[in-house]
Design a protein around this ligand. Structure first.
Ligand code: RIB
Ligand code: CA
Length: 317
């Protein structure tokens, strides 16, 4: 079996972030070497508390968790998404408090340090606003030369947005940071709503997590109640979209990409109705889309399996 891939996970924990964390902790393909938090679903400090508490429940004590940016590059953080993820980001669930503290470094410094320690091998997986990533690039523009891959959950290319008709939450919360992150020269993949909304976790799956004797699976099942209620009117049934887990599984290379052309991508940073839109040049779809000769960002449009099966098999073991 090949050596596990070192992964830096930047998140706004978040219920689907918590599911992705569970996957990254349990996948034999992954060595989770550091976690940064950013304001999004909840604020960066609360996201770190949630993450540390989940790590303690999972019995994973050695992974550094560093708090990242509270505010975004060009706009202040204006509160999280309580209607989606609950007041504390994890459905209002009060977890037993971890006795670990966040790392003394910022998320930016932790990412830069790990990029040296795992130079050429590190996979960066970002499933919140891209503030920390942009700040890391501004602090050290050579970062991409040491990163093997950069996978982002965010954006809506040919699909509608979820916070505005045009924009997805992670990108909308910090469009300027997203523009910086996607302008950098690294092997970047975007996992937008176009594909994540096709990957759901159903009531039977929630029951399977709840029935497990694994404490992490049980708390994930409990917090899913809040998230699945949010999605009930959107899908017309009690279910939820697996945004962040899909990005994590793609970064780990445990799912095949059946449509993922590399094309130029721009982020709308204007202040009109399309602020935060991800404009990917997908005009080639009418003739069977391949990679653009102009390069760009890999836009994941389709994968070869339902990610929920990989997620549950990995978490439940
Ligand atoms: O739009 C979905 C994304 O926004 C997910 O990453 C979710 O956790 C929130 O951050
Ligand atoms: Ca997230």
């Amino acid at each position: 079996m090949p050596a596990p891939t070192p992964v830096f996970f930047d998140c706004d924990t978040g219920i689907d972030d918590a599911l992705a964390l569970g996957y990254l902790l349990r996948s034999p393909a992954v060595d989770l070497v550091g976690i940064g938090t950013v304001s999004g679903n909840t604020d960066a400090a609360q996201a770190a508390i949630n993450t540390l508490d989940l790590l303690a429940i999972a019995g994973a004590s050695g992974i550094p968790v560093a708090i990242g940016s509270h505010h975004h590059l060009a706009q202040d953080y204006h509160g999280g998404a309580a209607h989606v993820h609950g007041d504390n980001g994890i459905g209002g669930l009060e977890l037993p408090r971890s006795d670990r503290r966040p790392d003394d470094r910022t998320a930016v410094q932790l990412l830069l340090d790990l990029s040296h320690e795992y130079a050429g091998a590190l996979q960066v997986v970002a499933v919140g606003p891209l503030t920390n990533i942009a700040l890391a690039l501004q602090a050290d523009p050579t970062l991409p030369t040491r990163v093997a891959g950069f996978t982002v959950m965010g954006g809506a290319c040919l699909s509608p947005g979820n916070v505005t008709p045009a924009a997805e939450a992670n990108i909308y919360n910090d469009p300027e940071a997203a523009a910086v992150a996607f302008a950098a020269e690294w092997d970047a993949a975007l996992v937008p709503l176009d594909v994540t909304m096709a990957h759901t976790l159903e009531e039977d799956d929630q029951r399977a997590l709840a029935a497990s004797d694994d404490p992490l699976a049980q708390v994930l099942a409990t917090m899913l109640d809040h998230y699945m209620e949010f999605y009930r009117p959107i899908f017309g049934r009690r279910t939820c979209a697996l945004h962040d887990p899909l990005a994590a599984v793609i970064a780990a290379g445990e799912i095949g990409l059946t449509s993922a052309p590399r094309v130029p991508l721009e982020v709308d940073t204007t202040h009109g109705p399309s602020r935060g839109a991800t404009i990917a040049d997908l005009r080639g779809i009418w003739r069977g889309l391949g990679d653009s000769s102009r390069g760009g960002v890999r836009i994941v449009r389709e994968v070869d399996r339902p990610v929920v099966r990989i997620l549950l098999d990995t978490i439940l073991g």
